[in-house]
Ligand binder design. Structure first.
Ligand code: ADP
Ligand code: MG
Length: 266
């Protein structure tokens, strides 16, 4: 039985990030995401789950307006960030992405040293002035991403010499160096081995405890239960059901979610 209230988040007053009836249309006609309303709070990790091609990445890319960069793609509805609708043509994307960071499936470090990877954006935005400020930001960002101990003696070496898992943690550290309050992850562990995956999952929990809001696309259901507080299930462009992670996995309502969790498709 479907409980209508589980499929619709109530946009909470004063929440950090809320989407209200957000839709995405590709190539002018293909509505890949049907009206989706979700609310994301400070210090909370939300997992977006569901089979491939169901609109998870499409939805995630709305939250920092990345879809704007795709030709013939339009985003409908409202996206409230700190109470302000950012889904307007006037929104300054350069400014927005300072506070809503993103980590992708493939680690994408710059062809620079570890240190310069961290400092690239903060320098560009005038966030660091002195050598001391730089050193401190490099250390705290790498510590937050649980990478400091492994790289502290080789900060000037190329980021490309790191392992895949270390590169992904460097990308997280680089995102954190801009002091975002939201971080978006699109299947951040799917290219990684289990040990690196575990390190990234721990990092995601640690970051949440500092008050950062995180949203993670994963099709690894165990990962969703390990890292997230809330889960939203997507199916063929619909956000079908959302709730606490415990409720979604232990007491799913919608038959499509039940079928997905029991492995009938996926
Ligand atoms: N850049 C794009 N241009 C056109 N169609 C796209 C684009 N990205 C995704 N789609 C389509 O949107 C739908 C949802 O895709 P996506 O959001 O990537 O799903 P998921 O992340 O759940 O696997 C799919 O039908 C996909 O083919
Ligand atoms: Mg995807």
């Amino acid at each position: 039985m479907t409980d209508a209230t589980t499929a619709q988040a109530t946009p909470a007053e004063g929440s950090l990030l809320t989407t209200k009836d957000v839709t995405v249309t590709y190539d002018l006609t293909h509505e890949a995401l049907h009206p989706t309303s979700l609310t994301f709070e400070k210090g909370q990790v939300t997992a977006l789950i569901g089979p491939s091609g169901c609109g998870k990445s499409t939805f995630l890319r709305c939250l920092n307006l990345m879809n704007r960069e795709i030709p013939k793609c339009s985003i409908g509805g409202e996206i409230f960030y700190h109470g302000r609708d950012i889904n307007t043509p006037k929104e300054n994307l350069f400014e927005l992405r300072k506070s809503i960071g993103m980590v992708f499936q493939q680690p994408t470090p710059f062809r620079k040293s570890i240190r310069e990877n961290i400092l690239f954006a903060p320098k560009k935005h005038g966030r660091v002035r002195t050598r001391e400020e730089e050193d401190e930001l490099v250390e705290t960002s790498l510590r937050q991403a649980a990478l400091w101990d492994e790289v502290k003696d080789k900060l000037r070496q190329s980021a490309h010499a790191l392992s895949g898992g270390q590169q992904q943690r460097l990308c997280i550290a680089r995102t954190l160096a801009m002091k975002p309050d939201v971080v978006l992850f699109d299947e951040p562990c799917s290219a990684l081995d289990p040990i690196s995956t575990f390190a990234i999952e721990e990092t995601i929990r640690d970051i949440a405890s500092t008050g950062i809001c995180e949203i993670i696309v994963t099709h690894n259901m165990e990962q969703a239960t390990r890292v997230s507080d809330r889960t939203a299930f997507f199916y063929v462009g619909d956000m079908v059901e959302t709730g606490t992670t415990q409720q979604i996995f232990r007491n799913p309502h919608d038959q499509r979610l039940v079928d997905y969790l029991t492995g009938r498709f996926g």
